[in-house]
Ligand binder design. Structure first.
Ligand code: ADP
Ligand code: ZN
Length: 218
């Protein structure tokens, strides 16, 4: 049996977390829990949570800690993540969320926290050409002046420019990353669970570095 894993992936917007998490999730046979995907799904369903979150997301802000903690806590209790583990993508994003996660994980603590490191200049370039499938979350790269919509190769869903990938929202999200999320890197480093992985280069090479970092620590 392939051993499971409990992983957190940190990294700037556009570092490639989504793409790499899909691969890691297959490799380690664990669910990919993306809080951004969960909120976007809720927004499409039009639930109360979804409508509230959509406005905040489009502006590039952060949804409140209490709401996020409740959402993730409930997800981690499901049998798949409880038995095999998970990859958390987009959570924790604040110190309060990290503390709540430590309580929620209890006797099954996180094995590795990965910092997928890509400099700000590079992610800014990547985000301006990023297109995302609204149904399955697969990422694509568009040409500079690409305007048309296209269909996802994986699921046939609509591939679109995310409403929060505008220059203003991107800058706001990157600033929030530096002020709210980057402090977690020091926190996990002190706890001895951090692995910094270089996210620049071909996705296959980045994936290999990620697997090696997990295998060395799990
Ligand atoms: P990105 O990391 O590219 O901003 P995500 O898909 O991870 O994209 O998240 C999209 C948006 O969802 C965030 O900008 C934020 O508004 C909200 N969000 C996701 N996860 C969290 C979280 N843990 N805490 C607060 N807000 C969150
Ligand atoms: Zn798709």
């Amino acid at each position: 049996m392939i051993p499971g894993a409990r992983l957190i992936i940190l990294g700037r917007q556009g570092a490639g977390k989504g793409t790499q998490c899909v691969r890691l999730s297959r490799h380690f046979v664990v669910p990919h829990i993306s809080t951004g995907d969960m909120l976007r799904a809720a927004a499409r369903e039009g639930s109360e949570l979804g409508l509230m979150a959509k406005q905040i997301m489009d502006e590039g802000g952060l949804v409140g800690d209490e709401v996020m903690i409740g959402l993730v806590d409930e997800r981690l209790r499901k049998p798949d993540s409880d038995s095999r583990g998970y990859i958390l993508d987009g959570f924790p994003r604040t110190v309060a969320q990290a503390k709540a996660l430590e309580v929620a994980t209890g006797e099954k603590p996180i094995h590795v926290v990965i910092d997928l490191d890509v400099p700000r200049e590079i992610v800014l370039e990547r985000l301006s050409s990023r297109r995302v499938c609204r149904d399955c979350g697969t990422n694509y790269t568009a040409e500079a002046d690409e305007r048309r919509m296209w269909l996802c190769d994986v699921c046939g869903g609509d591939v679109e420019h995310r409403a929060d990938d505008t220059p203003d929202a991107v800058n706001r999200r990157l600033d929030l990353y530096e002020s709210q999320t980057a402090p977690l890197i020091q926190h996990y480093s002190r706890m001895g669970t951090l692995a910094v992985v270089n996210g620049v280069g071909h996705p296959d090479h980045v994936f290999k570095r990620l697997c090696d970092a997990v295998d060395a620590r799990r």
